[in-house]
Design a protein around this ligand. Structure first.
Ligand code: MLC
Ligand code: AMP
Length: 512
């Protein structure tokens, strides 16, 4: 029998992998917080019933800015079940950032942390958002209070492959963030491919310490565990010591390179701690070959590096069984076409650097309410321009060698210099600014600002940092601010960021 047109709901797909023993543990979030598979089905049904009762318009967005918790995951699953569009927002975002997302996405529902209610409530009012709930990481808040009155059965709505499931905002090169529209089919196809490729199996135990407002923690990690009916050991944030304590109970771990660097710095992290581990996955930022080698020497495990992005979920992966090559992101995943092209769009030969483009069922439909931008980012033959630069080796492995877009990746989070520069340029006494990424042992790259004062003005670095912290997410705030008399420019008047990187990349902080 063929798959029906409307048989693509992502929750239904994931639930197909739940184990026969529904009383087994799905989420182990600590001694007093354990959800069985039955609990997950029932609790997500209750929240889905609540959402359904609101009678939202088709395609309504449910914007969620909460701390990581098992209930935040249930809210995600409930939104999928009810057929609405989940819109995760980094819990570090501040009022300016949230104001933009809410104005752009026009959600029908916002769910925020109880601690943020005081500033989100007026913001929601201003934008005319009809429903606002709170959800704390300790099961507090109005969302669960309201859901507690709902029935614990819910018939998951039927969805077509191209029905919108999630909008993930990615920072925009020109300042404006873009909402990548991912359908049930996009996310589901990638989940199925990774499930097979990484050999997810019954009995796996995932140690989940990633945030769940980006694709790495939300899709790549969680979907593999759900599809294979595996228990997740669930912790709200990454802590290397806690990871070392929990790893002996796990078989799979996923992290950004910063987490691997921190694990290696942790006393007691060794082969014994990893004795049941079968898979360590790294992504979201480049894993240094040195980290890969030290990790193997210490644990006997070869980290599997893969490559993806919000618009496409996962694109390439080092093999599960074959050779995992340090400094590469492996081979195109099954069913996904990847090409490296020169400026004329012609395929590059082995070893030649070009732009990475991708086509396949995983590739998003476009940017939310940005048809022009969407058109620009796709070629005539429907390949998506990733903005990353890469090259093939003789064995068909891809290496990422840079980015054509001006983005800094710090601890796995993307930061666009333009956004930070616009905040700096607005400040009293600042004539102009340039924001660069400099090498950083822990974060891979660290956001660094160079500011030029207006004539006669005195700039105080600490005051600049404090002013930024009040307005934008902490991970975007420069770790260092340098005051300079002028910015180096080329003959065209363009700031020469390469010179700034050379000059400030060698500061003492580089070796931190
Ligand atoms: C936190 N801080 C950071 C930071 N994370 N600064 C720079 N870069 C980061 N990534 C700052 C905070 O603002 C705070 O500053 C201080 O560090 C301590 O905060 P914390 O929350 O205690 O930090 P910590 O727990 O150490 O967090 C580090 C981290 C975290 C690496 C564990 O950043 C993290 O979980 N990163 C994962 C990001 C991720 O999931 N990316 C996937 C995107 S999806 P102050 O000044 O207040 O002290 C994607 C696609 C793909 O990219 O391919 O996967
Ligand atoms: P995001 O826009 O937050 O989804 O981040 C996606 C970007 O992260 C990609 O475009 C790459 O630049 C980068 N990225 C993801 N995985 C890797 C990796 N393994 N190596 C290098 N860069 C990566």
């Amino acid at each position: 029998m063929g798959v029906r047109d409307d048989d693509h709901n992502l929750y239904a797909l994931l639930a197909g992998g739940f184990p026969a023993d529904r009383e087994a543990c799905c989420l182990d979030a600590g001694p007093r917080c354990r959800y069985s598979w039955n609990d997950v089905e029932r609790a997500s049904a209750m929240i889905a019933n609540l959402l359904a009762r609101l009678a939202l318009p088709a395609g309504a967005r449910v914007a969620v800015q909460v701390e990581k918790s098992p209930e935040a995951l249930l809210l995600y699953l409930a939104t999928l079940r009810a057929g609405y569009v989940f819109l995760p927002l980094n819990s570090a975002y501040r009022a300016d950032e949230i104001d933009y997302f809410v104005g752009d996405a026009e959600p029908s529902v916002i769910v925020c942390s109880p601690a943020d209610f005081a500033w989100i409530e007026p913001l929601a009012q201003r934008h005319g958002v009809p429903h606002l709930y709170t959800l704390g990481d300790d099961r507090s808040g109005t969302l669960l209070e309201a859901a507690a009155r709902e029935p614990d059965r819910f018939a998951t709505v039927r969805s077509r492959a191209d029905d919108l499931a999630v909008i993930v905002y990615t920072s925009g090169t020109t300042g404006r963030s873009k909402g990548a529209m991912l359908s049930h089919g996009n996310i589901g196809s990638n989940a199925r491919v990774l499930h097979q490729y990484w050999r997810w199996r019954a009995g796996d135990v995932l140690l989940h310490m990633l945030p769940i407002f980006h694709v790495h923690g939300l899709f790549v990690a969680i979907h593999g565990a759900l599809l294979s009916g595996s228990t997740m050991i669930w912790r709200t944030r990454f802590d290397a010591r806690e990871a070392v304590r929990l790893l002996p109970r796990a078989t799979v771990f996923m992290g950004v390179p910063t987490m691997y660097v921190r694990l290696l710095d942790e006393p007691g992290f060794d082969a014994r701690a990893c004795r049941h581990m079968r898979l360590f996955v790294s992504g979201s930022a480049p894993l240094l070959p040195d980290t890969f080698r030290r990790f193997e020497a210490r644990t006997g495990q070869r980290i599997l590096e893969r490559y993806g992005m919000s618009e496409t979920v996962m694109i390439t992966s080092n093999p599960y069984d074959g050779n995992r090559v340090a400094g590469t992101v492996g081979l195109p995943l099954p069913g996904i076409e990847v090409r490296v092209v020169d400026e004329q769009g012609r395929p590059c030969g082995t070893g030649v650097i070009g732009a990475i483009q991708v086509r396949g069922p995983n590739v998003f439909g476009g940017y939310w309410r940005m048809p022009e931008k969407t058109r620009e980012e796709f070629t005539d033959d429907r390949f998506f321009r990733t903005g990353d630069m890469g090259r093939w080796d003789a064995n068909g492995y891809l290496s990422i060698v840079g980015r054509s877009k001006d983005v800094i990746i710090t601890g796995g989070y993307n930061v666009y210099p333009k956004e930070i520069e616009s905040y700096l340029d607005e400040m009293d006494g600042v004539a102009e600014s340039a924001v660069i990424g400099v090498p950083h042992r822990d974060f891979g790259e660290a956001v660094t600002a160079v500011v030029v004062p207006e004539p006669g003005a005195r700039l105080d670095e600490a005051a600049i940092v404090a002013a930024l912290k009040a307005r934008i997410a902490g991970f975007k705030v420069p770790r260092q601010v340098f005051v300079a008399n002028e910015l180096p420019r080329n003959a065209m008047g363009k700031v020469q960021k390469n010179l700034l990187r050379e000059r400030y990349g060698a500061s003492p902080f580089h070796s931190m």
